[in-house]
Write a protein that binds this ligand. Structure first.
Ligand code: UD1
Length: 335
């Protein structure tokens, strides 16, 4: 019997790439998604890429009776929980929306998992839980804090999971702290394509290159970094998806709760990313320097050695491939 994975938010940016990796590795995949920030079309693309079928439930993870139906019908072995709201700025304006949705969905999911005796979980967290780290690179045992409600929901859920593990040692949980996922599937069939004006750097660069937006604003060039612009650990979304496969293997094998950084360990500045993007795609990305964005930190990159040691995970794709694949996806979807 194949292992069956329930993927919440499986039509989203990271979720869809993870579905592909899991299907290709021989897992059965069940997706629940309400398409609040994605579309049913993505599920068709996953099938096209892998030549394999996905069982799809359209609905909200806060809907307990739907979750019950899924668990009873599908006999789920392990869950990856991606579904969540993720826009930092919006979370500052609408904190209740974020606390209600991100916490409610997770608690509902955990209750059903407990009732159905499915106690293996991979959770999507974020490097945002490290707040403003005092030193770099960031290790998993660094102090945790947040600067916005979105980040706080991630940190609160981490705490809920730790409490759950203390209460019931049967749980097996991998908390994955993502650095900055960018890029797209090399097929160009799935990727990141926000409908609104993007908040994050790469989707913005792509829209400027594609002439959908006029000019990129770089938020500050007076940070204490190599060229004054912010430094981040960008990781190709396909590498990140592979990290989830490793985490699934881990929770199937060992009954423990642990946190893992998923990053490359390399920091690139905003200017380096823009320049690489222009070079590999032979396209112009006009930009201007503006003031710093509130809440941003100068530098953030992972120490990826614990994920390597414990999960056998190592990111392989470089920054050029990330830039090429991100642009390829948008060019292809435009045609
Ligand atoms: C952001 C979130 C983080 C979240 C992550 C998820 C903030 C403060 N942090 O990380 O909590 O987990 O996304 O993807 O929003 N930049 C520009 N111009 C732009 C956009 C960004 O110069 O138009 C710069 C930023 O100042 C930063 C870098 O690009 O130095 C990366 O920014 P972004 O892609 O938004 O990611 P983070 O802020 O690292």
């Amino acid at each position: 019997m194949k292992t069956k994975v329930l993927v919440t938010g499986g039509a989203g940016f990271i979720g869809s790439h993870t579905c592909c990796i899991l299907l290709e590795a021989g897992y059965e995949v069940v997706v629940i998604d309400n398409f609040s920030n994605s579309s049913p079309n993505v599920v068709e693309k996953i099938k096209e890429i892998t030549g394999k079928d996905v069982v799809l439930y359209e609905g909200n993870v806060c809907d307990k009776s739907l979750l019950k139906t899924i668990f009873e019908k599908e006999k789920i072995d392990v869950v990856i929980h991606f579904a969540a709201f993720k826009a930092v700025g919006e979370s500052v304006r609408l904190p209740l929306k974020y606390y209600r949705n991100n916490l409610d969905s997770t608690i509902t999911l955990l209750e059903v998992m407990e009732e159905e005796n499915c106690k293996r979980l991979v959770f999507s967290s974020s490097a945002t839980v490290y707040g403003s780290p005092k030193t770099l690179p960031i290790k998993e045992d660094f102090p945790l804090s947040t600067t916005n409600p979105y980040g706080t929901t991630k940190l609160m859920i981490e705490q809920i999971l730790k409490d759950l593990k203390i209460a019931d040692d049967d749980w097996s949980i991998a908390i994955l702290r993502y650095f900055n996922p960018i890029g797209a599937h090399p097929s160009g069939l799935i990727g990141e394509n926000p409908n609104d004006i993007p908040n994050n750097l790469m989707p913005y660069i792509v829209k400027v290159a594609n002439k959908e937006l006029e000019i990129l604003s770089i938020f500050g060039d007076d940070y204490n970094t190599k060229d004054g612009t912010g430094v981040r650990d960008y990781i190709h979304v396909v590498d990140l998806a592979k990290g989830h496969e490793k985490a699934i293997e881990k929770v199937l094998k060992e009954k423990k709760l642990d946190c893992y950084n998923l990053g490359t360990g390399e920091g690139y500045s905003v200017l380096e990313l823009v320049e690489t993007f222009q070079k590999v795609n032979e396209v112009d990305v006009p930009y201007k320097i503006v003031q710093r964005r509130a809440g941003d930190i100068a530098s953030c990159y992972a120490d990826p050695s614990y994920a390597l040691k414990e999960l056998g995970f190592k990111a392989e794709k470089g920054i050029e491939e990330m830039c090429r694949d991100a642009y390829n996806f948008v060019k292809k979807s435009k045609n």
